[in-house]
Ligand binder design. Structure first.
Ligand code: ADP
Length: 256
C-alpha cells in the first residue's frame, strides 16, 4: 500500500525508444490518488506511450514506474526488475479505454463486460452480470445487453468499452484519445459519460485528449507534453489561460 503522501502513479527517469526514435526522455511524472489529469500536446510526442507503459503493452528502457505504492517497472541500472506475477497484480489496478474500442465483435455487450471479471477475477457469473447491468445503466446502454458491438454506433461501442474497463474495479482509469475515431455527433455522449465519472468517482484518471475544452472542464491538472518530456503542468486555468511556456502557447494557438 502507498504511504499517505505517495502518488498513485509515478514515473522516475523513464526512457523509451523505438529504434532511433527517443520517445520518452528521463520522464518524471506523478499523479495523486483521485486526481484527474489530462495530457495534451502534439501528435507523436509520446503521450500514448505513457499509457501503454502503464498497461504493460510496452516496456521502458530505463527508469522506474510505480503504481499504488508498488513497482510496475524497474529498469534502473541497479534495479532488480519486477517479477511477472507481481507486475500483473499491479497492472490489474489499471483499466484503459482505447481509441478503437477493442471490443470482442463476436460477443454480446453483456459478455464483453462480464468476460474479464469472470475469467480474471474469478467472479461468479451471476454477480458479474448484475454488476455489468449496473455499469451498462451507468453508461446508458442497458437496452443493448444482448446486442453485438457491430449493431451499435461508435459512441455506444465506446461506452461499452468504458463499462468493460470499470467492471474490473480499477483504481486508475486511462483514456487514450477515446473520441478521435468517432463521428463528431457521437463525441458528446462519450465525453458526458467520462465527465460524470470524473465528478462522481474517487478513481485516479489519466487522459490523453485532443478535446481541449473537455480537458479544461474536467481536469484537476493538465500536463503539456512535447518531444518526450513535460513542458509544463498546472491547473487547467493556468495552462489554458495563462501558459508559462512559449511551446504551450504555440500549441494552444494551433488547436483552439
Ligand atoms: P502521441 O500519443 O503523443 O501521438 P505516441 O506515444 O503514440 O505519441 O508515439 C510517439 C512516437 O513513438 C511516434 O513517433 C510513434 O510513431 C512512435 N511509436 C509509438 N509506438 C510505436 C511502436 N510500437 N513501434 C515503433 N514506433 C512507435
Amino acid at each position: 500500500m502507498p504511504t499517505p503522501d505517495e502518488p498513485m502513479i509515478s514515473f522516475a527517469g523513464v526512457g523509451k525508444s523505438f529504434g532511433d526514435n527517443h520517445v520518452l526522455r528521463e520522464l518524471d511524472l506523478s499523479v495523486d490518488e483521485g486526481e484527474k489529469v489530462s495530457i495534451i500536446g502534439p501528435s507523436g510526442s509520446g503521450k500514448t506511450t505513457i499509457l501503454r507503459l502503464l498497461m504493460t503493452l510496452e516496456s521502458p528502457d530505463s527508469g522506474m514506474v510505480r503504481v499504488d505504492g508498488s513497482p510496475l517497472w524497474d529498469r534502473r541500472a541497479d534495479g532488480s526488475g519486477v517479477d511477472a506475477k507481481r507486475q500483473s497484480e499491479v497492472r490489474r489496478k489499471i483499466g484503459m479505454v482505447f481509441q478503437h474500442f477493442n471490443l470482442f465483435p463476436h460477443m454480446t455487450v453483456l459478455d464483453n463486460v462480464t468476460l474479464s471479471p469472470v475469467r480474471v477475477l474469478g467472479m461468479g457469473r451471476e454477480e458479474a452480470e448484475q454488476r455489468a447491468v449496473e455499469l451498462l445503466q451507468l453508461v446508458g446502454l442497458e437496452k443493448h445487453l444482448r446486442h453485438k458491438p457491430g449493431q451499435l454506433s461508435g459512441g455506444q461501442q465506446q461506452r461499452v468499452a468504458i463499462a468493460r474497463a470499470l467492471a474490473m474495479r480499477p483504481k486508475v482509469m486511462l483514456f487514450d484519445e477515446v473520441t478521435s475515431a468517432l463521428d463528431p455527433e457521437l463525441i458528446g455522449e462519450v465525453l458526458s459519460v467520462i465527465r460524470d465519472l470524473a465528478r462522481t468517482t474517487a478513481m485516479t484518471m489519466l487522459l490523453v485528449t485532443h478535446e481541449m475544452r473537455f480537458a479544461e472542464e474536467i481536469s484537476d491538472r493538465v500536463l503539456m507534453f512535447d518531444s518526450g518530456s513535460v513542458v509544463e503542468s498546472g491547473p487547467p486555468g493556468q495552462i489554458f489561460q495563462n501558459p508559462e511556456h512559449e511551446r504551450t502557447r504555440r500549441f494552444l494557438k494551433a488547436v483552439l
